[in-house]
Design a protein around this ligand. Structure first.
Ligand SMILES: Nc1ncnc2c1ncn2[C@@H]1O[C@H](COP(=O)(O)OP(=O)(O)OP(=O)(O)O)[C@@H](O)[C@H]1O
Length: 224
């Protein structure tokens, strides 16, 4: 079953008097439980596509359906709720709150959603154990390596048990050893929990981890 369905997607950015055509008619399906890589040259539209599929942006035209729901029809408030309940996000710059410790960065979201404190903390610690950071719970982001910070970000993305994880070049700032560790972690989470993962990558060696690669050229997709 398609968990994400995209049809005739166009996104034009207005830059003063110039129109930047970032997406030029993308149509694709992503199946539930797939680990999909999005690859293609710089500027081809990968991030723009990910933002449309993950409800971080609205297309100029076209249809995005997630779990059978036309998400284009949702209000901003409904989209926020949908993101919180169904999606997890991992970005290349980790995007951790610098003043919060490892575990606070992870339990902040469930606590803010009104889940009981002890449940939020227990879940955060359990997931941080899974990503190998039980011994870093009280560290601030600046006291962690890049690979550790990205594992905190993955734990934060996982804490609400999302159906889909969107990752925008999560290994871009990591060395090859840490990149491999992050990809193996994603693969493990995908296989154990059946979560759908959509990840942008520039690296050909990442292909072995993906079930499928969607290649983007000039705002259009080609399947491989
Ligand atoms: N907010 C914006 N305003 C104007 N143009 C934009 C904006 N965001 C992206 N673009 C342009 O849209 C096109 C696609 O950008 P996008 O970031 O989606 O590409 P990408 O494939 O993810 O690139 P990279 O691999 O370098 O990150 C590029 O030409 C880019 O310059």
């Amino acid at each position: 079953m398609a968990v994400i369905s995209v049809k005739d997607l166009y996104r034009v950015y207005k830059l003063g008097k110039v129109d930047v055509h970032a997406l030029n008619g993308v149509t694709l399906d992503i199946t539930e439980g797939e680990f999909v890589g999005i690859m293609g040259p710089s500027g081809s539209g990968k991030s723009t596509l990910l933002y449309q599929m993950s409800l971080l942006d609205r297309p100029t035209s076209g249809l995005v359906t997630i779990q059978g729901k036309n998400v284009g029809g949702l209000t901003d408030h409904q989209r926020t709720r949908f993101r919180l309940n169904h999606c997890g996000y991992v970005f290349q710059d980790y995007a951790l709150v610098p003043e919060l410790t490892t575990e606070e960065n992870v339990y902040l979201l469930p606590m803010a959603q009104g889940k009981p404190d002890t449940e939020s903390i227990d879940t955060a610690r359990e997931i941080l154990g899974k990503v190998g950071l039980s011994n870093r719970l009280s560290h601030l982001p600046r006291e962690l390596s890049g690979g550790e910070q990205q594992r905190v970000a993955i734990a934060r993305a996982m804490v609400n048990k999302p159906d889909i994880i969107f990752a925008d070049e999560p290994c871009a700032n990591l060395d090859s050893v840490n990149s491999k560790r992050i990809l193996e972690l994603f693969k493990e989470l995908n296989q154990e929990n059946g979560q759908t993962i959509v990840m942008i990558s520039h690296e050909d060696e990442d292909i072995e981890y993906f079930d499928r690669v969607i290649r983007i050229f000039d705002g259009k997709n080609r399947e491989r």
